[in-house]
Design a protein around this ligand. Structure first.
Ligand SMILES: [Zn+2]
Length: 242
């Protein structure tokens, strides 16, 4: 396993840095999120890597814009057999029209069934599905928070599920309040847990610094796999951070 170090370059650009026995620096931007990775020779210090990254910022941004335009998941149209994700698994949509309260159900490994009133609009279908995602996500969160409150020794005063465009989660340190992105309902549960732990560790350390990374390593040594996994699954809009 290679040792990855995260370097914050600007307020909205961080890069993964890997030290290797090589002669020159290698820079790459990866789809779908535009993650940036630099492989640097062993003798090159962080400051030199930072300056190198800054000198390449126009190039990095160009490629990130390209991936962003190309790979964002198109808006769902609620067509038959369209893909919808739940807890990291892909399901095919079936729509049933009934004069009855709307309902979402997963009863098999293949289908997600959406029951709506006849002539429901796309927005109504989206709202019904989102509210179902919210309800399912809310079932999971309290237990995960309780588990980690004990392990980490912090307490969360309040949590909420929010629709956020660019962040998986946020933490208001003063209020001890955590917001979780509704999109996480679509991701594997361990990814949700990873984001919750990340936000809870901000109650100990505000910044993404060495201390924060050390805490992450201590409590969830496999966090980088979860991070990669989150970035590999389709996302709805653009770049994501937390
Ligand atoms: Zn954070």
């Amino acid at each position: 396993m290679e040792e990855v170090k995260v370097l914050q370059i600007t307020s909205n650009l961080s890069i993964d840095v890997v030290r290797k026995d090589i002669k020159n620096m290698h820079l790459a931007v990866y789809p779908p999120t535009g993650r940036v990775r630099i492989a640097a020779p062993l003798r090159i210090d962080d400051e030199a890597v930072r300056l190198f990254a800054i000198s390449k910022i126009a190039w990095i941004r160009k490629h990130q814009r390209h991936f962003k335009a190309q790979d964002r998941q198109s808006p769902r149209e609620f067509k038959l057999r369209e893909s919808h994700y739940f807890q990291g698994k892909r399901f095919l949509l079936r729509i049933h029209e009934h004069e009855a309260p709307p309902r979402v159900e997963i009863k098999t490994k293949t289908y997600i069934d959406l029951s709506v009133r006849p002539n429901s609009t796309l927005e109504q279908k989206q709202t019904i599905l989102n509210e179902w995602y919210r309800k399912e996500l809310k079932k999971l969160i309290p237990e995960i928070i309780q588990k980690w409150e004990k392990k980490i020794g912090v307490s969360v005063a309040e949590w909420q599920v929010k629709q956020m465009k660019t962040k998986w989660g946020t933490c208001n340190i003063e209020e001890k309040r955590i917001w979780i992105n509704l999109e996480l309902a679509k991701k594997p549960i361990h990814c949700l847990e990873y984001i919750i732990v990340h936000e809870m560790l901000h109650l100990i350390e505000r910044h993404h610094n060495e201390r924060f990374l050390a805490l992450m390593e201590k409590y969830m040594p496999q966090w980088k796999f979860y991070k990669e996994e989150l970035n590999r699954f389709p996302v709805s809009h653009g770049e994501w951070s937390y």
